[in-house]
Structure formats: structure tokens, C-alpha cells
Design a protein around this ligand. Structure first.
Ligand code: PLP
Length: 369
């Protein structure tokens, strides 16, 4: 026991030595340019009346005692909203990716994923029996080469909006390559829902490519201001996941109040006010940075605006300066991003005021040479 604790402590100390030790902060009163609550729904949803139920927990997994007409009705509404045949809810995006990726490939098949894929995609692939390799970020030529080298059924995994870079995948071209080689495409829309398209419909629906995508993952903890996730696709996919996705089968279903929060978030989405405000705030932010500063950011029209510093100490130092000016922004360090790509990840929100955005730009203009 003591030996194990010592070994764990040694590993923690190694992280401290290279300034990559993770610790949690309590969210402060600083102005939020950090959270994934892009549309401000986490706040708006708090104003919705929450139904009172005669039980709190779902009491079991969906396959035992945790299913309800209420959750099934929500799944039908979600499928309709996203123009899909069916939808299956999971307790989080992490669970959804582990669930689907862990079970869809046989040992003869190959999963090919963008090198910047989220940890949940990578971990899902680790659980898979299939072979796997990555392709260069957003590089469709490299994807094609990798597909040509793959065996069995090929499954390609991309994100619509990359969580750390904020750029979009070249979806139309990726779909074309997948069609050419009969590869099944999976799109994680965690950061696309609520931020892409006039109605926040996400990249796949925006490009009307629903019928060319095998599975889409939407999450409710980001723009939708709540918690949980859904996989949408065909009825065969849904039935398959109910039978084989371990993170769906062996876990307690979400409670009724979470079902309500997700339904309310879709109600909010019908009103485009926050979506339009978010888009105009992103442009305001970009316009008020000096050209010499904005050129250092990764090119993106999404709420995720990333400035790669490439050095842990400098990224921490810059984040500290910005926090001292009352803005909540965090440095994102390796191993969350590749070593040498340490950065500031700035998130723009619908609720950030013009004054706040201009003031943040002034601080950035002053401190970034
Ligand atoms: C691309 C992507 N997929 C999945 C997830 C996991 O979603 P959740 O927070 O609902 O577990 C995240 C969360 O950061 C993400 O960025």
C-alpha cells in the first residue's frame, strides 16, 4: 500500500517538475471566457421551472428498471430535430464515445481518426477489438492514403469543431472520401451543436449530409448548458448499441430532471437570439485584436479561439496576467494538447458584453508581442 502510494506520489512529482500538474480551481467571479457554456444556456436553463417527481434517481439501467416513456419520447424528439431515424441517450459524451467506439468494430475492421481527436474518442478506440490509426489533422489526402492501407470495414472518426483548436473539419471532402471507399463516418458534434448553422444545428445538418454519416454524437454539457449526450443514426445502430455498448448497458439511466433539462435546452435552441449574439460576439472579438495578435490565433469562426504559445511557463504566465485583469481564462497544457502546443483557449459566449470583449482584446493586444 505504502509502496503504491509512493509510486503515485513520484509520478505526481514528475508532473510538478515539468509544470503539468493538474489541480482544480473553484470557479471564481472572474468574467467567463473559459467555459463551454457558449450560448449561456447553463444560466438560462436555471430559470426554467423544474418538474417535481415522486422519485429522483432512475433506479437502474435502461434495460432493467431505468427506462420510461419520458426518456423514450425525448429520444424520438431528438431524432426528429437532428433529422435522423433514431437517437439513444447516454449519460455523457465521454460515455457515448466509449460506448459506440468500444463495440462497432470487429477485429478485422479498422478505425481511422483525426490526430487531434478528443480523449473520449481515443479511449473508446482503445476498448475496440479493431485495428486503428490516426490521420493528420484535417488532411483529407492523408485520410485517403490511410483508408487505402486499412483492412476490413473502415470507420472514420472526426469532430465537427475541434475542442482545443476550434477549427471545423472539412466535412464535405471527408464525406466524399468515405463514400468513395465505403467507409462509415462518425462525427462528434460536441462543440458543433448550438454553434454551427443558423439554428445551431451542427455541421452535418448544416451541410445536409445526414444520410452520408453513419453516426453523430451530440453532447449536452456544452452549448446546451446541461449534461448527457446522444448518439443519432439508424434504428439498426440504436438496437446494436442497446445490445453491445457497455457504457449504455451497465450504468444507471439519467434522472428525470436531466431529461427535462435536455428538453428545455432544445426549446431554447428554437429561439435564435443567443445563437445570433454568439456569432456577433465572435466577430467583435476578432475585429478588436490587432492584426499582429489575431494572426497568432488558430483560424476559427467558432467560439473556441486558441492562441498557441508553445511553452508551458509562458502560457501559464500569460494566463495569470489575463486573470489579474479579471478574466477567467486558463492555459491548456500538455498532455491535454500536444507538447510544444501549450496555449490559451479563449471561449466567447453569447452573454459576454461588448465592454468585456473589448477590454479582453485590449489586454491581449497589450501582452502579446
Ligand atoms: C469532442 C468532444 N467529445 C466528447 C466530449 C465529452 O463530452 P462530455 O463532457 O459530455 O463527457 C468532449 C468534452 O470535452 C469533447 O470535447
Amino acid at each position: 500500500m505504502e509502496k503504491l502510494e509512493q509510486a503515485l506520489q513520484d509520478k505526481l512529482d514528475q508532473r510538478k517538475e515539468v509544470s503539468s500538474y493538474r489541480s482544480m480551481v473553484v470557479n471564481t467571479d472572474l468574467v467567463d471566457f473559459c467555459s463551454n457554456d457558449y450560448l449561456g444556456y447553463a444560466r438560462l436553463l436555471a430559470e426554467y421551472p423544474i418538474n417535481k417527481y415522486n422519485r429522483v434517481g432512475a433506479t437502474g439501467s435502461r434495460l432493467i428498471s431505468g427506462n420510461s416513456l419520458k426518456i423514450e419520447k425525448l429520444e424520438s424528439e431528438i431524432a426528429q430535430f437532428h433529422n435522423a431515424e433514431s437517437a439513444l441517450l447516454f449519460n455523457s459524451g465521454f460515455d457515448a464515445n466509449l460506448g459506440i467506439l468500444g463495440c462497432i468494430a470487429s477485429r478485422h475492421d479498422t478505425i481511422i481518426y483525426d490526430e487531434l481527436s478528443h480523449a473520449s474518442i481515443r479511449d473508446g478506440i482503445k476498448l475496440s477489438l479493431g485495428k486503428s490509426f490516426s490521420f493528420n489533422h484535417n488532411d483529407v489526402k492523408d485520410l485517403e492514403l490511410k483508408i487505402q492501407r486499412a483492412s476490413g470495414q473502415v470507420i472514420v472518426v472526426v469532430e465537427s469543431v475541434y475542442s482545443m483548436d476550434g477549427d471545423c473539419c472539412p466535412l464535405t471532402e471527408i464525406v466524399e472520401v468515405c463514400q468513395k471507399y465505403n467507409a462509415a463516418l462518425m462525427v462528434d458534434e460536441a462543440h458543433g451543436l448550438g454553434t454551427v448553422g443558423a439554428n445551431g444545428e451542427g455541421l452535418v445538418v448544416h451541410h445536409k449530409l445526414e444520410d452520408k454519416v453513419f453516426a453523430r454524437i451530440y453532447t449536452y454539457g456544452k452549448s446546451m448548458g446541461g449534461h448527457g449526450a446522444v448518439v443519432v443514426g439508424s434504428s439498426v445502430l440504436k438496437n446494436y448499441l442497446i445490445n453491445y455498448a457497455r457504457s449504455f448497458i451497465y450504468t444507471t439511466a439519467m434522472p428525470f430532471h436531466t431529461v427535462d433539462v435536455i428538453r428545455n435546452a432544445y426549446e431554447l435552441l428554437k429561439n435564435r437570439k443567443a445563437i445570433n449574439q454568439l456569432k456577433s460576439n465572435i466577430q467583435l472579438f476578432k475585429r478588436h485584436l490587432y492584426q499582429s495578435v489575431s494572426s497568432k490565433f488558430i483560424d476559427s469562426n467558432t467560439p473556441i479561439q486558441s492562441l498557441v504559445i508553445g511553452n508551458t511557463a509562458q502560457a501559464i504566465e500569460l494566463a495569470k496576467k489575463i486573470q489579474e485583469a479579471d478574466f477567467f481564462i486558463k492555459a491548456i497544457l500538455a498532455p491535454t494538447v500536444p507538447k510544444g502546443e501549450e496555449r490559451l483557449r479563449i471561449c466567447i459566449h453569447a452573454f459576454n458584453t461588448e465592454v468585456e470583449i473589448k477590454r479582453l482584446c485590449a489586454v491581449l493586444n497589450e501582452n502579446i508581442k
